[in-house]
Design a protein around this ligand. Structure first.
Ligand code: RNT
Ligand code: ZN
Length: 427
């Protein structure tokens, strides 16, 4: 039987860990301070299986992404989503941001199409963010809409479809800029489109040319970078777009190199299943000031499983640390699992990413560099291996404790209570 209340020696265990790390030249108190400076953006769409709040909203569709499962307790409106994220945030140490999608507009029962959205439909989110002292990020929604039925949005050969989505993109940039201005915290506005095809297209070129044209039009207006930064997210394949995705990595990499105001987004689930994004970080940062990461977990053909503390995520965090780039790289979660308690999904994913960041900050990187400089590459590898078993968990528990969040698995108790008292009451 799972026991609770077993983290009674957090301070003592931290003291021991602090000494061990100090012997390797790492100041754990400093690391704990730096942890507070790394914001993680929590995606609102985990709370309701990417359904959104539009009038007559149905299941996620037309985007090559899929939320499977029907665990009870899905949030059914803005209030419930906010209530659930608040619960999740209370179990995640440090400061988070919240990432919105355009389909989370609240229009008071009025039908407002995507090309008519305005900042006022996000005023509840903005108000809530102010009350909670958090920043918001944003995403236009290019899926779950009748205008994506052909499989193409910004890259559509149908002029009417293309125009509709360009207008949506423009509206979203205005909304994001307004959010950033209101909250005095730069809002990242990330564009991902599902455009692509299941089977081999004969013409790959035309859609890419149209996409370039659409983006140029969409990004024409310049906004104050203090309020909003645009980013673009690539993908290799999706469900129903296995053979061709218009917005590929090469496409957007080239696009951001030519459009210096726009930031690249790398989603860890959007590459070949054996390809990790960590080695791309230094390449991008050699040319771009900033980079957005979507932390997710690809499993077989799905790119959106709940993030866990695995080699992929650790390699990403270590790389950001070794590039000394925590002030240039933005971390956001991106997954959706409807088969488990949705609060747990958020908490598992967020705590895994934060643990990876903590582990990276605790790494005695200097010692690795020294061995590398000396050409002692066996020592370098040996140290990398040994560092894996340094007592980071004691520092993690201290971080949780200092931030008034449960240590270890204690948070499971809170989620169970919430499930019993709140989620299970939702029909
Ligand atoms: C899909 C992309 C994209 C979405 C969200 C909902 O493969 O990762 O970021 O998950 O916009
Ligand atoms: Zn993503």
């Amino acid at each position: 039987m799972l026991k609770f209340g077993m983290y009674k020696n957090i301070e003592a265990e931290y003291k021991d860990a602090k000494e061990i790390y100090a012997a390797f030249g790492v100041d754990t108190d400093e690391v704990l301070k730096n942890m507070q400076k790394v914001p993680l953006s929590l995606h609102c769409w985990q709370g309701d299986d990417v359904v959104g709040l539009e009038e007559g909203a149905g299941a996620l569709s037309g985007g090559g992404i899929l939320a499977t499962g029907n665990y009870p307790g899905r949030a059914r409106n803005g209030e419930e989503i906010r209530e659930d994220i608040e619960k999740a945030m209370s179990l995640i140490p440090g400061k988070q941001r919240v990432n919105l999608h355009a389909i989370y507009a609240e229009t008071d029962g009025k039908h407002v199409d995507r090309d008519e959205l305005r900042p006022e439909y996000f005023k509840k989110w903005i108000q809530w963010a102010k009350e909670n002292g958090i920043g918001l990020d944003f995403n236009p929604t290019f899926f779950s809409h009748k205008m994506v039925e052909s499989g193409y949005t910004l890259s559509s050969k149908d002029d009417r479809v293309q125009r509709f989505w360009i207008e949506h993109g423009k509206r979203c940039r205005e909304i994001a800029a307004e959010i950033g201005k209101e909250l005095k915290s730069t809002c990242i506005n990330n564009t991902w489109i599902p455009d692509g095809s299941k089977d081999l297209p004969a013409d790959r070129m035309t859609h890419r040319r149209i996409l370039k044209e659409s983006l140029d039009e969409m990004y024409k207006t310049k906004f104050n970078k203090e309020y909003m930064i645009d980013s673009v997210e690539s993908k290799l394949f999706g469900i129903g777009s296995e053979s061709y995705v218009v917005g590929s990595h090469e496409f957007y990499l080239e696009y951001v190199m030519r459009n210096k105001d726009i930031m690249l987004c790398l989603d860890s689930g959007h590459f070949h299943p054996t390809e990790n994004i960590f080695d791309k970080i230094s390449s991008v940062l050699a040319f771009s000031p900033e980079l957005l990461l979507h932390l997710s977990r690809g499993v077989r053909w799905d790119s959106d499983h709940v993030t866990i503390l695995n080699d992929d995520v650790l390699a990403i965090a270590n790389e950001v640390k070794r590039c000394n780039a925590y002030d240039r790289v933005h971390f956001a979660l991106d997954f959706f699992d409807a088969s488990i308690n949705r609060i747990s999904a958020w908490v598992i994913g967020a705590r895994a990413v934060l643990k990876s960041i903590l582990i990276s900050l605790l790494e005695p990187t200097e010692l690795l560099l020294e061995e590398e400089e000396k050409g002692k590459l066996g020592n370098r590898l040996a140290l990398m291996e040994e560092f894996k078993s340094l007592p980071y968990a004691a520092v993690w528990n201290k971080y949780c404790y200092d931030n008034n969040t449960p240590a270890g698995h204690e948070w499971l108790k809170d989620v169970q209570e919430y499930e019993d008292n709140v989620l299970s009451k939702r029909a």
